[in-house]
Write a protein that binds this ligand. Structure first.
Ligand code: ZN
Length: 215
């Protein structure tokens, strides 16, 4: 069973690509997006501790996050191939991830980095509109709403996220490039880094990915 990491700046389409591998190749897509909330709701002691850090406006320590992440992984089928999307946020977290994978007889086999130029990222994100009510995302090029400016699902007037304005996107990309560089260096040194151009269409990127992963 393979364990593949997916990383890339916002707008690179990594979640879409992960979902395609789930549909077509039966991967498990394991992210941490729902982890804190769901584990907190389930009364998990570490999630309660994590919430206390948050409430005090502090970062949740890496050790605590990865302890939770290990237990979160247990919800998924360990016999399948896994994709982990954006789970490493700093080089310090790499050994913590290695440990929890090792406990499950796994290791990171491939690190996929989806690359997108600043120009392209700005184009993609500044054309993105969000429904404030049901959070459906629309895009002027890739996923147009039926009635311009209004949500297909619930009819609410669409809004642009503050974060999707070009000046905000630039700041976010700079921050992304700064944090990802040492992470890429580590996986490049291990010989398992594959960089994929995220500029072409969803289908083209998917077929590049299939080749890269020998699927
Ligand atoms: Zn809506």
């Amino acid at each position: 069973m393979k364990t593949i990491l997916f990383h890339g700046p916002s707008g690179c389409g990594k979640d879409t690509q992960a979902n395609l591998l789930v549909e077509k190749y039966d991967f498990e897509n394991i992210g941490t997006g729902e982890m804190f909330r769901e584990m907190y709701m389930a009364g998990d002691i570490d999630a309660i501790k994590a919430r206390e850090y948050w409430n005090r406006g502090k970062f949740v320590p890496d050790d605590l996050v990865y302890k939770m992440f290990g237990r979160w992984m247990d919800k998924f089928n360990n016999e399948k191939d896994w994709i982990l999307v954006s789970v490493v946020r700093s080089a310090n977290q790499i050994p913590l991830l290695d440990n929890i994978l090792k406990e499950r007889d796994r290791k990171v086999d491939t690190f996929i980095h989806f690359k997108l130029s600043e120009e392209k990222a700005i184009e993609r994100m500044s054309l993105r509109w969000v429904c404030p009510s049901c959070t459906t995302v629309f895009h002027e090029l890739y996923k147009k709403e039926k009635v311009k400016g209004f949500c297909d699902k619930c009819g609410m007037k669409l809004e642009q996220r503050e974060d999707d304005r070009p000046d905000k996107i630039k700041i976010r990309l700079e921050e992304y490039n700064r944090t990802i560089t040492p992470i890429l260096t580590e996986y490049r040194n291990r010989g398992i880094l594959i960089e994929i151009d995220a500029t072409p269409s969803i289908e083209q990127i998917h077929s590049e990915l299939i080749k890269a992963l020998n699927l």
